[in-house]
Write a protein that binds this ligand. Structure first.
Ligand SMILES: [Fe+2]
Ligand SMILES: [Fe+2]
Length: 347
C-alpha cells in the first residue's frame, strides 16, 4: 500500500490502528515515536508508519503513512488525535535520522520563546529513549548489558515524573552531545553491574540516576579544556577537578533527587586508596557504590569515542584498569574489579 491509500483508508475509518505502550528496548524492526514529538506543518526526514491489525489471526502490519521529506499536515494530525492515535512508527534503520530530527527539534525549541515546556520535555524523553536504545545495541556494550533493560525503562519513567530532572538531561544533551552519550553508557553499565552484584532493583535505579548525571558538572567547564589532548596547565586542572562538586551543587538545586545520588556524583573521582579528588576519601569513608561508578566511568572513558582522544578496545581497557586495582597504585577496589571482569565475561 502507498501513503495516499493508507491515509485515505484511515480517514474513511477503514483501518484498525493498534495502540501499544512504548518500550525503549523494543526489538522489532519498527520503533514507536509520539505524535507530539513531531513538528506539525514541517517536513519529516524519515518514513512514518501506522501499526495496523490485518484481521487475519490477529496479524499486524505496518502501513506507510508519510514518506521522508513530506510535510506532516496539521489537518492529518487533527484527525489522528480525534481517532485517539498518539504514535507513529519508523524503521529501526532510520534511528540515526530520527535522533538527528529530534535534536534539531530541540534546538529549535531553544530558539523560540513561549513554547509549552511539556512539549519540549516530551521531545527530550523521546530523544533519551532512542539514545538508550542505540547504546543498548552498540557492539561495544556486549550482551551482558541486557540485564539493565527493565531498569532503564523504569529510570526513564522516574525522570519523566519531574521536569527538574529532565532539565538536567537537556543540559547534558544540549551542551555536550558526546558527554551525553558517555553518561548514557556509564548509566547502562552501572545498572547492569549493580544487578550482577546482586543489589536490589531499587538500588540499581538510584545508581543509574547517579551515573547518568555523574559528569553534569562538566557542562560548566569550558569545552576546550575538556578535550585538550595535551596535559592541562595547573590552573586548568584545578578547574577541572571541581566538576564533581559543581555537579553536586547543580543536583542539589534541582531538589528532586535522592541524597545517595548527590553523594555518588560528588565522590565519583575518589580512589580506593584515598588518592582521588575532590576530598581524597579512602574506601571506608566513601559511599559503598562509589567504587562502582568510579570503575564503569573509567572503563567507558577508555573505550568510548570522544573528541581529541583515542579509544582503546575493551580487553586492553580492562588490563589497564586491572593494573590500577592492586599495589602500589589502588585507584579501584579489587573486589569490584573482579566482579566487573566476571560481568564482562558473560556470554
Ligand atoms: Fe567526571
Ligand atoms: Fe565520566
Amino acid at each position: 500500500m502507498d501513503v495516499q491509500t493508507t491515509r485515505k483508508q484511515l480517514f474513511a475509518n477503514q483501518l484498525k490502528v493498534l495502540k501499544r505502550n512504548f518500550s525503549a528496548t523494543d526489538t522489532a524492526s519498527f520503533l514507536p515515536i509520539y505524535l507530539q514529538a513531531l513538528m506539525v506543518g514541517e517536513k519529516i526526514s524519515f518514513n512514518l508508519y501506522l501499526k495496523v491489525s490485518t484481521n487475519e489471526q490477529e496479524g499486524i502490519t505496518f502501513l506507510p503513512f508519510l514518506e521522508a521529506e513530506e510535510v506532516l499536515e496539521t489537518s492529518w494530525v487533527e484527525i489522528l488525535e480525534r481517532l485517539g492515535i498518539d504514535r507513529f512508527y519508523f524503521r529501526r534503520r532510520d534511528l540515526e535520522l530520527a535522533l538527528a530530527y529530534l535534536n534539531n527539534h530541540l534546538l529549535l525549541f531553544d530558539l523560540q520563546r513561549g513554547n509549552p515546556p511539556k512539549e519540549k520535555f516530551l521531545v527530550i524523553v523521546e530523544h533519551l529513549n532512542f539514545s538508550l536504545y542505540r547504546a543498548f545495541n552498540s557492539p561495544q556494550m556486549g550482551s551482558h548489558i541486557n540485564l539493565a533493560k527493565n531498569q532503564v525503562e523504569r529510570l526513564v519513567q522516574m525522570l519523566q515524573r519531574d521536569i527538574q530532572s529532565l532539565k538536567l538531561v537537556w543540559e547534558l544533551l544540549y551542551r555536550n552531545y558526546s558527554l551525553y552519550n558517555h553518561s548514557l553508557n556509564v548509566c547502562l553499565l552501572g545498572i547492569a553491574l549493580m544487578l550482577f552484584m546482586h543489589n536490589s532493583r531499587q538500588e540499581s535505579l538510584i545508581l543509574g540516576v547517579a551515573c547518568l548525571f555523574h559528569d553534569i558538572g562538566l557542562t560548566r567547564v569550558p569545552e576546550d579544556l575538556l578535550y585538550q589532548s595535551e596535559p592541562l596547565e595547573e590552573d586548568d586542572w584545578e578547574t577541572m577537578k571541581k566538576h564533581p562538586l559543581v555537579g553536586y551543587q547543580m543536583l542539589k538545586e534541582c531538589d528532586v533527587l535522592p541524597s545517595e545520588v548527590l553523594q555518588l556524583v560528588q565522590e565519583h573521582h575518589e580512589n580506593a586508596d584515598g588518592s582521588g579528588y575532590p576530598q581524597g576519601l579512602p574506601l571506608s569513608k566513601q559511599h559503598p557504590w562509589t567504587r562502582i561508578v568510579r570503575l564503569v566511568d573509567e572503563f567507558d572513558s577508555l573505550t568510548g569515542h570522544r573528541p581529541g582522544k583515542k579509544s582503546i578496545a575493551p580487553f586492553a581497557a580492562l588490563k589497564s584498569l586491572q593494573k590500577q586495582a592492586g599495589m602500589p597504585v589502588q585507584n579501584f577496589d579489587l573486589r569490584t574489579m573482579n566482579n566487573f571482569i566476571r560481568f564482562l565475561a558473560i556470554p
